[in-house]
Ligand binder design. Structure first.
Ligand code: GLV
Length: 423
């Protein structure tokens, strides 16, 4: 290890010399001898600044100190045996969170979109038919991803906040004969949690795989991968799981593996090819793991810790807790005279609440006021729900009645102060 005095002297030198030249606007006297034409940017010579904020939007959510500390531990090599041990533990944590025994379970190096693309790219071959339920932004995204890779995309569409009956799904499956049906469990753009019962059976009847997005719902609303016959399930790290953004759990069951490992064409993405990823995660039964890509070591440490917190809390406790806090928030919002966007309580996503934009307000001004005066992030709609809703997310670590009260007080103040704004 470098002696302290040397370390601090180095730190002073690396910080001060360029900083002085940057501040004086002059380059160092050595410039004439330098081969560099681009000087160090002044912003890089200042310390990182990131404000402290209450992240009460749809995610990322504030990260608990324990998870931050795990992510801040010294890294090890991504191919070290200890790292493989940690990845094996992550797998077990995901199996618990998803309620699955699938051995083809892993975490993607990337956000929920990476898992979304991984699922579509590996399951579907160009020219195959895919059915996508679109009732918010996530269906729109999957339809576009499938279309880009050359699938024949059919959509089953509803306005944001709408949901699909099993009969509607079955009719569309019979008509389009897709190899894959996509449904969002927690549609964060609309604040809707989609009923899941029976959909897996309907898909099996029509020989179709069921892909479910649980980015906004995992850990907050009941979801049972194996029991509900979900063939492929993915989530993100940054919502109720409360890890930083950048890793995404995913799991494939036996039916999904049969399809994806017996395809005629290679998946369009090398990075997301499950032939390689299954080996990297030790899921393919081969004795050696071969280098494929460098996984986000710190992100995996943090994800492991967030999965550990979920395991300690217990899934059912976590679901119950999210519902109780959400109900407290919903009552408070109604007491403020606001209208919840999803009328049926049973269809409201406990992690992300949507509020119909109150009349007479400019929603952007309202959100900006709350951010400026209360350091709280709420957001507007997303994709098709832009201009329709405000969104408040209380998940994982942020899911507390005291935070719901803080959110309500900020909103009440915002509603008072921004009333006269032009809508
Ligand atoms: C992102 O996931 C969002 O819902 O805004």
């Amino acid at each position: 290890m470098m002696p302290r005095t040397v370390l601090s002297r180095c730190a002073r030198l690396t910080q001060q010399v360029p900083l002085e030249s940057a501040l004086s606007g002059k380059q160092s006297v050595q410039r004439g001898m330098s081969s560099l034409s681009v000087p160090p940017p002044a912003c890089m010579l200042r310390p990182l600044e990131a404000p402290l904020r209450y992240l009460f939007g749809p995610g990322p959510s504030n990260v608990p100190p324990r998870v931050l500390a795990a992510g801040g531990r010294p890294i090890i090599g991504h191919m070290h045996s200890e790292m493989f041990g940690i990845m094996n533990e992550i797998k077990q944590g995901i199996q618990y969170a998803f309620q699955t025994n699938n051995s083809m379970t892993l975490a993607m190096s990337g956000s929920g979109h990476t898992a979304m693309e991984c699922a579509v790219f590996n399951i579907v071959e160009p020219g195959e038919s895919v059915l996508v339920a679109v009732n918010g932004i996530w269906g729109e995204r999957v339809a576009e991803i499938a279309e880009r890779m050359g699938a024949k995309v059919h959509t089953l569409a509803k306005a944001p906040g709408g949901h699909f009956t099993n009969a509607e799904i079955e009719q569309a499956l019979a008509k389009h004969k897709p190899v894959l049906f996509f449904l969002t469990h927690g549609e964060s753009s609309a604040g809707l949690v989609h009923p899941m019962d029976g959909i897996g059976d309907v898909c099996r009847k029509h020989n179709c795989l069921l892909l479910v997005d649980s980015v906004a719902s995992l850990g907050a609303a009941p979801l049972l991968m194996d029991q509900q016959k979900i063939d492929i399930l993915y989530t993100g790290s940054q919502k109720a799981l409360n890890a930083p953004p950048g890793t995404a759990p995913i799991s494939f069951n036996e039916r999904a593996c049969q399809k994806m490992f017996n395809r005629k064409t290679k998946p369009v993405s090398y990075l997301l090819d499950m032939n390689y990823l299954s080996n990297y995660w030790g899921n393919d039964g081969k004795p050696d793991r071969i280098y494929h890509h460098t996984g986000p070591v710190s992100g995996f440490f943090a994800l492991r810790e967030s999965l550990a917190i979920l395991a300690e809390t217990g899934l059912e406790n976590s679901w119950r807790h999210h519902t109780e806090v959400a109900q407290h928030l919903w009552k408070g919002l109604e007491d403020l005279g606001l209208k919840l966007f999803i009328k049926d309580k049973d269809l409201r996503l406990p992690s992300v609440t949507t509020i119909a934009i109150p009349e007479g307000y400019n929603w952007k001004e309202l959100l900006a006021y709350i951010m400026k005066h209360h350091q709280i992030e709420f957001t507007g709609g997303l994709g098709p729900s832009v201009g329709m809703v405000l969104r408040i997310g209380l998940m994982g670590y942020n899911c507390k009645k005291t935070n719901a009260d803080k959110a309500l007080a900020a909103l009440e103040d915002g509603l008072k102060q921004c009333r006269k704004s032009k809508a």
